[in-house]
Design a protein around this ligand. Structure first.
Ligand SMILES: [Ca+2]
Ligand SMILES: [Ca+2]
Ligand SMILES: [Ca+2]
Ligand SMILES: [Ca+2]
Length: 451
């Protein structure tokens, strides 16, 4: 392999430390393209490490900035990263057609010697055209012996490291589909490992005779809206969940950009499925269009009840159409306002809990669903209160901490040498309660590690 010294630039900030990781201009060999990133543990320090896979080149950039590079052998379809021998350093376990290999995570410049563990016929042999991260290594029980899980036509085989078969678990359904999915790594799994990439697919046909299906259907459809100009059905997000009751907020945005909300306490099963009549309360209007309905939900005051963030046009009550007609010039002022949920009153407070104004290029709104670009609502400093990060320019990311409100200007700004094209990960890399963010440009990956 060629070893290129990768210079990962590091910029210190109070909230985030920025690691800027260059991507290879031409990635070697086959595989997913462009670069795919994921978190896994390269060592035993309990801080997840960022992996960048470009073709067959696997680069690890640890939180402390150290870099390992491994070139996976030609023909590897899937691989996992795990410490199978318990020496504190992880290995790559890879499937190359029938062969199951073990490959060291090379230190810079070290020679890589793959060693064959055993052969097995698996669906992974031809699952992907090029290396894809997946789950191969599992533990028999927490802290137990390492096994290798391999999907076959009939089920999942669990094998010891010498290839001896421990167990075979059939798929749970007669209609089994082995399938790749477009985004195989869920960032929330970063701290615990990768997710296994097979699933059993069953057609769900809603049947009015089955109470379960009716409940399921109701979860998807929401409830009918009332009043003129309202949509037929309302979406909802969860305000709070208890064992046998979920508080939901049914909502829509009206034509003059007010968010209309009806709160409903819904009886649920232990699994959170609606299990009784849904009777939403009265409609209440809040100036601005809802920004957040994501996961985890925003909780600005950290009381366990979902709060809302709304974006507002310069003049409340103006329609999007007339607003766009009125817009001239590059910058457009947007106001963000937060309202807290009051569990005592059973509604969102009409008073604004936090508010600030910023300006965005007009094109951002024309291009997308709303004026915010690459927004992240998560707790960055570990105080239990949701904070906000978003691009304030194409090449700039601003961070606002929630502390009895947002300050008018970002608490921290990070500037990049190119436009940000997407969010790669929003994740906790250690159990600190602090959320880190990985952003992406065309030429680099930008890891914003929570300090
Ligand atoms: Ca680590
Ligand atoms: Ca090891
Ligand atoms: Ca709250
Ligand atoms: Ca916070």
């Amino acid at each position: 392999m060629t070893t290129v010294l990768v210079m990962a630039g590091i910029t210190l900030g109070a909230i985030f430390e920025l690691h800027s990781i260059p991507l290879e201009a031409a990635a070697p060999g086959e595989g997913p393209s462009p670069a795919l990133t994921f978190f896994a543990h390269a060592d035993s320090d309990a801080i997840a490490d960022l992996f960048v896979l470009e073709g067959t080149l696997l680069t690890v950039v640890s939180r402390n900035g150290s870099i390992h590079e491994t070139v996976l052998p030609h023909g590897v379809s899937v691989f996992d990263v795990a410490d199978i021998d318990g020496d504190g350093t992880s290995e790559v376990i890879a499937v190359q057609r029938r062969a199951i290999f073990r490959i060291p995570l090379a230190l810079q410049g070290a020679t890589i010697e793959a060693s064959r563990l055993f052969d097995a016929d698996t669906l992974y042999a031809s699952a992907y055209n090029g290396p894809m991260p997946s789950v191969l290594v599992v533990e028999a029980h927490a802290g137990g012996a390492k096994q290798i899980a391999l999907p076959t036509a009939s089920g999942i085989e669990y094998r010891n490291l010498d290839g001896s078969l421990v167990n075979e678990v059939p798929y749970g359904s007669t209609s089994t589909v082995f399938s790749s999915i477009s985004n195989p790594i869920e960032s929330k799994l970063a701290a615990t490992g990768l997710s296994i990439q097979y699933y059993s697919h069953t057609e769900l046909v809603p049947d009015a005779a089955s109470p379960d299906d009716v409940a399921l259907e109701r979860n998807f459809s929401g409830v009918a809206a009332i009043g003129d100009g309202a949509p037929d059905y309302l979406l909802w997000f969860m305000v709070n969940r208890m064992d046998s009751q979920t508080t939901r907020a049914y909502w829509y945005v009206d034509e003059i950009m007010n968010t209309v909300i009806r709160i409903a306490d819904v009886p649920t099963t232990q699994d959170g499925v609606a299990n009784g009549a849904i009777v939403p309360g009265p409609e209440r209007r809040y100036a601005g269009a809802l920004v957040n309905t994501g996961e985890p939900p925003a909780d600005f005051n950290g009381d366990g009840f979902t709060d809302i963030l709304l974006w507002n046009a310069p003049r409340p009550g103006i329609s999007v159409d007339s607003l766009l007609r009125a817009v001239t010039g590059r910058n457009w002022p947007i106001t963000l306002t937060a309202h807290l949920y009051s569990p005592d009153k059973g509604r969102y407070e009409p008073a604004v809990a936090a508010s600030f104004e910023f300006r965005i290029p007009v094109t951002w709104f024309l291009a997308g669903d709303g004026p915010l670009r690459h927004q992240v609502l998560a707790d960055f400093n570990g105080d239990g209160k949701t904070d906000l990060g978003m691009c304030t320019e194409e090449d700039e990311f601003g961070v606002w901490l929630f502390d009895d409100g947002f300050r008018p200007n970002p608490d921290e700004k990070h500037a990049f040498p190119e436009s940000i094209t997407g969010i790669e990960h929003i994740t906790e890399i250690s159990s600190s309660g602090k959320t880190s963010i990985v952003l992406r440009g065309d030429k680099r990956i930008y890891a914003l590690y929570a300090n």
